[in-house]
Design a protein around this ligand. Structure first.
Ligand code: GLU
Length: 557
């Protein structure tokens, strides 16, 4: 056994496998030509970032539209930051958005395990062989020693880091290393970069084209295994994406500067380089300036926000697709009813300079999608939402699901969609007056009748309407009837008649209807009034008018 082998065995005595064994255990995937394998690699830090939902959505589409595989791997090597249960939560939230990985730490698959902390043996196998082949070495430097190196570099004004002549532990003899290991000194493992100072490095990004980094970029002996025996992100990326046979590494553009280090390791190990596709970071305009969507500052940086507010799933997905590909909206106009997953994404239609997050556009798309939804689906989604997030809405729906559905169904016509709601949490605000407890609360807060009309007149009008009220008529007949009552009381049948001769009228038919709306709904705005009255039913309408008359009489005295 040579000395490097002795060192490798001292560090990893339990590892018997070789890289070749791993190559056999995790063979290339047997997929049709052109099939793409992508992954989403969340760190379990408690919540799903909106940018990560975007990345997963796009990654899953690229895989599935080519007959490939999309998997999720949990990157839990930073155990200090880990929040228990967040890996499962991420998968649950992806599922809500219709993103179901083919392989993950829940469904598993041939490349398991899908959790990095359970892949220790794999990393150790690779590192062991790297040590034997002089591609990696243990570094015993303390924080103080590293600080010392930094100071010297600062004084000399040279590149910072652990490289070349500054990589102190590179120069330890094998015997020194063996001695330190025998003395149980603590260490990390570093990659031994074979790159030189003046070398440029380039690669082709599927979205951005050819990228060249000027020298020196990857001469650093980066840490690949920490003191806790777990790999760093950079090394785990190389090993996992190789042995899980990822063809396209789709990730945020914040990883671009690390690509040279990754390439150096892929090359040193003789692994085929995957195709990189670095997605734009999601930006927002704040105080006139563009900045990254921040999980500390912006509620909308978290997918939880969209779920809690009840933005319809299909609306939010639709919005994310507009961020992904510039030609999506054009396609949508031509195919308004298609599943969004029918759209073929392409890398070269992705924006390069930070996708701008636009809440107004999200709201508008969600309104459209809710307008196009059939009543059964709307009611089911609203109920599911209420079960999770709104006990108040749930209570209302549970009282009488058919009544709720009738309200939601008012003028629900996908040919000519109404835009009453942008999210499920809007529902109560729009229709609460249909329920007596809310109606009477509103009445108690005060009915804002137009001050132009004296209470006596309001009472007369309401009594007259009540005494002549019938629902056994068509919408047109109902309207004619209301118009006649209004006109007899000197309301103009048309707004323009009133404008022409205001002195002849006391208001318009709109003013008259507002009085009725306030009396029956305690609101000036309602969806189609005829349907509202029909759903409330004659008895309730009359009871409400009587109640309003009572309130008016009380306050009149
Ligand atoms: N765990 C990394 C992150 O959360 C994944 C980056 C990647 O996709 O490679 O940023």
């Amino acid at each position: 056994m040579n000395k490097k082998e002795i060192i490798a065995n001292m560090i990893f005595p339990e590892i018997k496998d070789t890289i070749q064994d791993l190559e056999i255990r995790y063979p290339k995937r047997n997929l049709p030509d052109g099939a793409i394998v992508t992954r989403f690699a969340p760190s379990p830090t408690g919540f799903l970032h909106t940018g990560s939902l975007f990345t997963s959505l796009v990654s899953t589409r690229f895989a599935h539209q080519t007959g490939g595989v999309f998997y999720v791997r949990l990157e839990d090597t930073d155990q200090k930051r880990e929040i228990a249960g967040s890996g499962e939560k991420v998968l649950e939230q992806l599922h809500i958005y219709g993103i179901d990985p083919d392989e993950s730490y829940v469904v598993n698959g041939p490349y398991e395990p899908y959790v990095q902390s359970e892949r220790k043996n794999i990393y150790h196998t690779v590192i062991k062989e790297m040590i034997m082949n002089d591609l990696a070495y243990p570094c015993f430097c303390t924080h103080e020693e590293l600080d010392e190196i930094r100071k010297v570099q600062e004084e000399k004004s040279v590149l910072q880091g652990y490289y070349g002549e500054y990589a102190k532990c590179r120069f330890l003899s094998d015997d020194d290393i063996i001695e330190k290991l025998e003395n149980k000194e603590s260490y990390v493992i570093r990659f031994k970069s074979k790159r030189s100072q003046d070398e440029e490095i380039g690669f082709t990004d599927a979205i951005r084209g050819t990228i060249t980094f000027s020298a020196p970029v990857n001469i650093q002996d980066i840490v690949i295994m920490k003191g806790d025996q777990l790999p760093t992100y950079h090394f785990a990326h190389v090993v996992d994406d190789h042995f899980m046979r990822t063809t396209h590494v789709t990730r945020g553009e914040e990883w671009m500067p690390s690509v040279p280090n990754h390439i150096a390791m892929f090359e040193a190990l003789g692994f085929e380089l995957p195709i990189y596709a670095h997605f734009p970071v999601i930006m927002k305009i704040d105080d006139g300036k563009r900045r990254k969507l921040s999980k500390r500052k912006d509620l909308e940086a978290s997918v939880d926000f969209f779920l809690e507010e009840g933005y319809p799933i299909e609306g939010f997905l639709e919005y994310l697709m507009t961020l992904a590909n510039s030609n999506f909206e054009e396609w949508r106009l031509e195919h308004p009813q298609n599943d969004i997953f029918d759209f073929q994404l392409s890398f070269d239609k992705m924006s390069l300079d930070g996708a701008l997050f636009d809440m107004e556009k999200i709201k508008s798309i969600c309104k459209d999608r809710l307008g196009l939804m059939d009543a059964d689906t709307f009611v089911k989604n609203a109920y599911d939402y209420s079960v999770q997030f709104s006990p108040e809405l749930k209570k209302v729906i549970d009282q009488d699901p058919e009544y709720f559905k009738a309200i939601i169904n008012i003028e629900r016509n996908p040919e000519k969609p109404r835009k009453d709601y942008e999210k499920y949490s809007d529902i109560l605000r729009v229709i609460d007056f249909m329920y007596d407890e809310y109606y009477f609360n509103r009445v108690a807060e005060g009915l804002e009748f137009n001050v132009r009309y004296e209470k006596k007149l309001l009472i007369d009008l309401l009594e007259e309407y009540r005494d002549n009220f019938s629902l056994e008529v068509t919408q047109e007949e109902w309207f004619e009837h209301m118009k006649n009552l209004a006109v007899n009381r000197s309301f103009a049948a048309k707004g323009k008649d009133f404008k022409k001769n205001p002195e002849l009228f006391i208001g318009t038919i709109g003013d008259y209807a507002e009085i009725l709306r306030l009396a029956t709904c305690a609101s000036k705005n309602t969806p189609n009034f005829y349907f509202i009255l029909s759903i409330l039913g004659k008895e309730r309408v009359i009871a409400r008018i009587n109640n309003t008359i009572g309130v008016l009489k009380q306050t009149q005295e």
